[in-house]
Design a protein around this ligand. Structure first.
Ligand SMILES: *Cc1c(COP(=O)(O)O)cnc(C)c1O
Length: 376
């Protein structure tokens, strides 16, 4: 793949390595009211709905900023001031939604499991049965903190059964792990330009059930984060209310075109799964241990337990990998010291084999013998 060789490969949860075509798409300037830009913006919105098979039921509302802006905007717009959310937490992004609700003055309760443990649908059912004030359930599809895949279909079924509104943070899964609106009942799903769709950072979006959004006038606590207002204005004249991130949108349009050409969700899932497989097998051979068992692991980012060999120093390891062109990511876990290596972005087999070769030689240089973590 075609990034200039001086850029390091980003084995992170985002921003990610993008293709040359995506970067080249940004080498122009566009007026936000110009017909060409307006058509591009409309195409991006339509295509995002298509990816989730949601064009008949949902609308796509984009918002400036990183993914968190889209989460904050969606929660503030959809959950009324007298609403109450049940937040399913098994990592930092579930925690962040609770913080967002606190800022917005929305009531919430949490159901927290350990970072390596998905929520149990039966527990969710019991919680919903016991608290009729809960109007919304907030779930994270792939919790990027660990890389765990949460059982979104089962969660959606429980919400539907109890007639509660489901809002999904699919930031690090959207485009790589299937989420089909005709099979999974959700009222909103949020993601951003710079994760599995391999655009550049700067824009988030929410696919929101149209019949739900129509009822959301006046809910939002912040003008720039009011997705109802953003939607109504964009439907009226196809323009953004406030300065759009033009270059981000045009790059995103190109990235989405490349995404479809490479087989859409199925193609991306396949490439990332191969990346994950190569990485996990190679790291295990070097003695590293993954936090998650195979059945819980999404092919997005892999958490490895920190080796206990006294010669292993993560900062040195990180710097030496960086010197050889690979950026990895520190851990964010509370359960165990760890680090993460991503398998998403415009990267393939050669990059996974490449980073494994570098890790092998760096371990040798550092005089780390076996990379096994301490037995627990
Ligand atoms: C990346 C990510 C976000 C958004 O993070 P930003 O830094 O604001 O882009 C939210 N949720 C999940 C699960 C993520 O992986």
């Amino acid at each position: 793949m075609s990034t200039p060789s001086q850029d390091p490969w980003l084995l992170t949860p985002g921003p990610l390595t993008t293709s040359a075509a995506t970067k080249e798409a940004m080498l122009h300037d566009w007026g936000s009211r110009d017909a060409t830009f307006i058509a591009t913006n409309a195409r991006v919105r339509e295509n995002l709905l298509k990816i989730a098979n949601a064009a008949y039921t949902h609308v796509c509302v984009p918002v400036q900023g990183s993914g968190t802006f889209a989460v904050e905007a969606t929660l503030g717009t959809l959950i009324p001031k007298d609403g109450k959310a049940l937040v399913l937490i098994n990592g930092a992004y579930g925690q962040r939604m609770v913080k967002i609700l606190d800022y917005a003055g929305r009531a919430s309760v949490s159901y927290e499991t350990a970072e390596d443990t998905p929520p149990d649908p039966d527990d969710i059912s019991t919680l919903l049965e016991g608290d009729s004030d809960i109007t919304h359930v907030l779930a994270v599809h792939c919790e990027t903190t660990s890389g765990i895949l949460n059982p979104i279909e089962a969660i959606a079924d429980v919400c539907k059964q109890h007639k509660r509104s489901l809002i999904i943070d699919a930031m690090s899964a959207f485009g790589a792990i299937e989420l089909d609106a005709s099979k999974v009942h959700f009222d909103a799903v949020m993601a951003s330009s710079n994760k599995c769709l391999e655009g550049v950072p700067g824009m988030g979006f929410s696919l929101i059930r149209k019949s739900v959004l129509e009822e959301c006038s006046g809910n939002a606590h912040a003008l720039s984060l009011d997705l109802y207002d953003q939607w109504v204005a964009m439907e009226k004249n196809a323009q953004w209310r406030f300065t759009p991130p033009t270059h981000v949108i045009v790059a995103f349009d190109s990235a989405i075109e490349q995404f479809f050409a490479a087989g859409g969700v199925e193609g991306r899932f396949k490439r990332y799964s191969e990346n994950a497989q190569i990485l996990i097998a190679g790291m295990k051979e070097l003695g590293f241990k993954t936090l998650l068992s195979h059945n819980l692991q999404a092919p997005i980012i892999i958490t490895f337990e920190m080796p206990t060999d006294p010669n292993f120093d993560f900062d040195v390891f990180y710097e030496r990998l960086k010197d050889q062109g690979y950026i990895i990511y520190p851990g964010k876990l509370t359960v165990a010291p760890s680090f993460r290596i991503g398998c998403i972005g415009d990267l393939g087999k050669e990059h996974m084999h490449g980073v494994l070769d570098v890790i092998k030689s760096v371990l040798k240089e550092m005089n780390v013998r076996g990379a096994q973590p301490k037995a627990i």
